[in-house]
Write a protein that binds this ligand. Structure first.
Ligand SMILES: Cc1ncc(COP(=O)(O)O)c(C=O)c1O
Length: 388
């Protein structure tokens, strides 16, 4: 598909003129390590269960689906209790087509003209797009050189910018950095009395924690979902796309106070979550053990790959690796032409991602064989660029 061919006589919004569709390249290459998916497909039992669930809803497809998707929300509640120890009710969870849609709904409900949202740099590249699409002003606060959050600076920025939403990511994409609970609590507590530009007095910002990769965290690390009953201003976005190995089904979900969920119910499209989506997500939750069975292994691969990367050199200097609690690693730190290394890797059939600060590249953890090919291609690619 070409990028975007917009005829000049179409009344595209002025602020969208010159914009291009967002998305990592979808290339047909042997080793795809660029979009942080789980490389292991659903096993036969899960596939059979998915087919069975779809068979059951197929005869009812003349009717609209349950727009409150109650059965699925019950599954989110059970899963969050099991996975994170969070004690939530159906009213405190909400589903959508990927966490992309959850995030967009948050921006639709809390952003808008005259409103601002504050994120951190670097972070997931879609945040500024949700802001653009909802006419929300987007600001970023810097991270420390080790990519951890600079909490004092973030709090100063909250006071200066008066955002309606503070968007934090844990583990962060593209760095893999965890947000410690003590830092999150400081921000939540500060936001309980902070001002929101463009809102009435007494209105305070919400804090969104994007936990798309949370299942890959180190054992013992808590999830922000465990704070929801203590902080009405906290919204935690989750997804089945990553650890859960279900990116193709497009299911994301939110855990938050009932009030925040009710705000999302105002902006959602009617029947936004199809009966087929709800059915396949329920099938996947029935088989959550199988779906999550490779997470420990992927965590081990991450640690092995990080150790291996640190032993490699580029132009005489060892590679840097950002400590990651996710299924990807940001590495390099001093690539003077990261695009050239990316191209060399691609020529060898390995697709990684040019993202994050200059000098760094990101690789997602694949199968053992994919990682072997990644290592081989990276060594060859760095030598090719050094000798060019
Ligand atoms: C930090 C983060 N949040 C959200 C998403 C969106 O995931 P999905 O819409 O598939 O749930 C991604 C995807 O890469 C991500 O990296």
């Amino acid at each position: 598909m070409s990028e975007a061919m917009i005829p000049a006589d179409l009344p595209l919004r002025n602020d969208l003129i010159g914009e291009v569709p967002y998305g990592a390249p979808q290339l047909d290459v042997p080793v795809c390590l660029n979009v942080n998916e789980n490389p292991y497909p659903p096993d036969h039992a899960v596939v059979r269960s998915i087919v069975e669930h779809v068979k059951q809803v197929a005869p009812t497809l003349n009717r609209y689906p349950d727009r409150e998707h109650i059965e699925l929300r019950e599954a989110f509640v059970r899963y969050l209790k099991e996975e994170s120890g969070a004690q939530l009710t159906v009213e405190q969870v909400w589903g959508a087509n990927g966490s992309n849609e959850i995030m967009l709904q948050l921006f639709q409900a809390f952003g808008g003209p005259g409103r601002a949202a504050l994120g951190c740099d670097p972070a997931y590249s879609m945040y500024p797009e949700y802001a653009r699409d909802t006419f929300t002003s987007w600001y970023t606060t810097h991270r420390k050189p080790d990519f951890t959050l600079d909490v004092d600076h973030t709090i100063d920025d909250i006071d200066a910018i008066q955002p309606a939403m503070v968007v934090l990511t844990s583990p962060n994409n593209p760095t893999g950095t965890e947000l410690p609970m003590t830092d999150l609590k400081r921000i939540l507590e500060h936001c309980q009395s902070a001002q929101v530009a463009g809102a009435h007095d007494g209105v305070h910002p919400i804090v969104v924690v994007d936990e798309a990769y949370i299942e890959f965290r180190n054992p013992g690390t808590p999830s922000a979902t465990t704070l929801i009953n203590d902080y009405d201003n906290l919204a935690v976005s989750r997804t089945m796309s990553k650890a859960f190995a279900f990116a193709g089904a497009r299911v994301g979900y939110l855990a938050a106070s009932e009030g925040i969920v009710d705000c999302l119910r105002i902006v959602r499209m009617p029947y936004h979550l199809s009966a087929v989506t709800q059915a396949v997500a329920l099938a996947a939750f029935d088989h959550r053990k199988e779906q999550l069975s490779q997470v420990d292994h992927l965590r081990e691969i991450r640690e092995q790959t990080a150790a291996w990367l640190k032993e490699q050199t580029y132009k005489g200097q060892p590679l840097e690796v950002a400590p990651s609690q996710s299924n990807f690693l940001l590495f390099g730190g001093h690539f003077d032409d990261r695009g050239a290394i990316f191209d060399q890797m691609l020529q060898r059939g390995v697709l990684i991602r040019v993202v994050g600060p200059e000098g760094w590249l990101r690789v997602c953890m694949g199968t053992d064989e994919e990682m072997r090919r990644f290592r081989e291609a990276l060594v060859e690619s760095m030598r090719a660029v050094e000798n060019a």
